[in-house]
Design a binder for this molecule. Structure first.
Ligand SMILES: Cc1cc2nc3c(=O)[nH]c(=O)nc-3n(C[C@H](O)[C@H](O)[C@H](O)COP(=O)(O)O)c2cc1C
Length: 213
């Protein structure tokens, strides 16, 4: 009897939440089907509007399809940058910033051992919103078994070709594209603004002292 999925995620919830970074560099090691299954199974436990579960998790492991998706992702990524007035690598500050690693991901995403196209099965805004919590479940479950990934989005410029590549029906929508793999290199702790800067009690600016600790 295989171990039931919930019993495999033994990392504490606290550790998973407080150590889950956006992972964009992957070792070229395949993720076992059992692990992929359990990661997707965790995704489908997520809250969603009216329990309609308007999602479809399209897992991409085929080498050629990953490579083609990688090309489309790269085109989408640079189209988004051009929309922002960024025309090429020379416009992206050097260093260890998010933009640099996102740019590298745009070159390498097709080599991630697995990608999940997190889709809604209709084009309504409600369906897309319902999909969002499932991605957090997916990433936390992955984190708990040592697999990393990050949320990314595509661009309408590649939509038709992505639909064609994976036989996605016109009424469905790809909400996120999540590369998954075992992290390559080290990743530091989560770095976020202090709670007192992002939360308040009873009124927008009221941040009591207990929030600071
Ligand atoms: C809605 C959304 C869209 C994102 N899009 C991208 C993306 O297109 N490319 C990328 O590399 N990371 C993307 N990210 C990942 C964020 O850059 C990352 O979560 C953030 O920088 C925090 O990273 P950290 O947890 O490692 O600190 C996205 C995250 C979210 C929630």
């Amino acid at each position: 009897m295989p171990i039931p999925a919930p019993d495999r995620f033994t990392m504490s919830l606290g550790e998973a939440i407080y150590s889950m970074r956006a992972i964009r560099r992957f070792r070229p090691k395949e993720i076992e089907e059992r692990d992929l299954r359990d990661i997707l199974d965790a995704a489908r436990q997520a809250p969603n509007g009216g329990n309609a579960q308007p999602w479809r998790f399209l897992l991409v492991t085929d080498v050629e399809k990953r490579a083609r998706l990688g090309e489309l992702y790269r085109e989408a990524w640079w189209t988004k940058r051009k929309d922002e007035g960024i025309n090429g690598p020379e416009d992206i500050p050097a260093g260890k910033g998010v933009r640099q690693s996102a740019m590298r991901l745009a070159d390498e995403i097709g080599e991630a051992p697995a990608l999940v196209l997190v889709c809604s099965n209709s084009r309504g805004e409600g369906a897309a919103q319902s999909v969002i919590p499932s991605v957090q479940n997916l990433l936390l479950a992955a984190r708990a078994i040592g697999v990393g990934g990050t949320i990314t989005t595509l661009h309408s410029i590649v939509e038709e070709r992505v639909h064609q590549l994976f036989d996605i029906p016109a009424e469905a929508r790809v909400v996120y594209c999540v590369p998954l793999g075992y992290p390559r290199g080290r990743f530091g702790p989560v770095n976020r603004k202090p709670l007192s800067e992002v939360a308040a009690v009873n009124s927008w600016t009221n941040t009591p002292d207990w929030m600071a600790t």
